[in-house]
Design a protein around this ligand. Structure first.
Ligand code: NAP
Length: 246
């Protein structure tokens, strides 16, 4: 039963995170809609959820900031008394070839994507251990599994998330906490809107289903992993890529 559970979805002001937040809320899950820069969009997500009869609140926090994440988790636990589901979705890209990549672009992607995921798990793990239950869902990527030229920072962060997921699943599993990674292929969002039509066509030619994915494809898997049906799945990296990785 998901009704009344509490979930934090990081980076939920748009794209995949927004879709996960909306999908969870439809099942009666109370959703904390985390964002970093875009308050107006996060507030809109909350209003949409409330208009559909759900419960949500927006919370601004840079997941790369260790202390700020600690404050966010304290706030959530004090207010809601539990956090049942954590979705580490916040992520950025700063693409460029290795030879041209600046240290700043490398560090910022690792800080938000990988350290942000660590920060959130770190600061909620004690609470989840106390609860003796919890679901942690981390957003990796096909790029973390196979690599991609021009994205060494992003690939390193998403591969790191896979290692983090597996090790955390082993550490927390005995207390009923599952930890899994979703590895989307190319999903239509602002992140992929930045690609040229030529790059998109090239990508689509490598996908068995011959189309980009939609945010719902990822949100439906997140919901399954959060539900009772997903209770014996842990430490896995599950692709949602239309057969791109074949
Ligand atoms: P998106 O549309 O660019 O949205 C990114 C979200 O992350 C926004 O809500 C943004 O909020 C938030 N965010 C960025 N930096 C943050 C920070 N420091 N702290 C907190 N929130 C932050 O991205 P998306 O395409 O939906 O991707 C979502 C996740 O799926 C990412 O982890 C991405 O790597 C992964 N993924 C996406 C694809 C794809 O094809 N789209 C494929 C594989 C994996 P603000 O604007 O408020 O900062």
């Amino acid at each position: 039963m998901l009704n009344g559970k509490v979930a934090l979805v990081t980076g939920a002001s748009r794209g995949i995170g927004k879709e996960i937040a909306m999908t969870f809320a439809k099942e009666g899950i109370v959703v904390i809609v985390n964002y970093n820069g875009n308050k107006a969009l996060a507030d809109e997500v909350v209003l949409d959820i409330e208009a559909a009869g759900g419960k949500a609140e927006a919370y601004c926090c840079n997941v790369a900031d260790y202390g700020a994440v600690e404050e966010m988790m304290k706030y959530i636990v004090e207010k809601y008394k539990s956090l049942d589901i954590l979705v580490n979705n916040a992520g950025i890209t700063k693409d460029g070839l290795l030879m041209k990549m600046s240290e700043v672009d490398y560090d910022s992607v690792l800080d938000i994507n990988l350290k942000g995921t660590f920060n959130c798990i770190k600061h909620i793990s004690r609470q989840m251990l106390k609860q003796k239950q919890g679901r942690i869902i981390n957003l990796s990527s096909v790029v973390g599994v196979y690599g991609n030229a021009g994205q060494i920072n992003y690939a390193a962060s998403k591969a790191g998330i896979i290692g983090l997921t597996k090790a955390t699943a082993k550490e927390l599993g005995s207390r009923g906490i599952t930890v899994n990674a979703i590895a989307p292929g190319f999903i239509s969002t602002e992140m992929t809107d930045a690609m040229t039509d030529e790059a998109k066509a090239q990508v689509i030619s490598r996908i068995a289903l011959k189309r980009l994915g939609v945010t719902k494809d990822v949100a439906d898997l997140a919901l399954f992993l959060a539900s009772d049906q997903g209770s014996y799945i842990s430490g896995q990296v599950i692709g949602v890529d239309g057969g791109m990785s074949l």
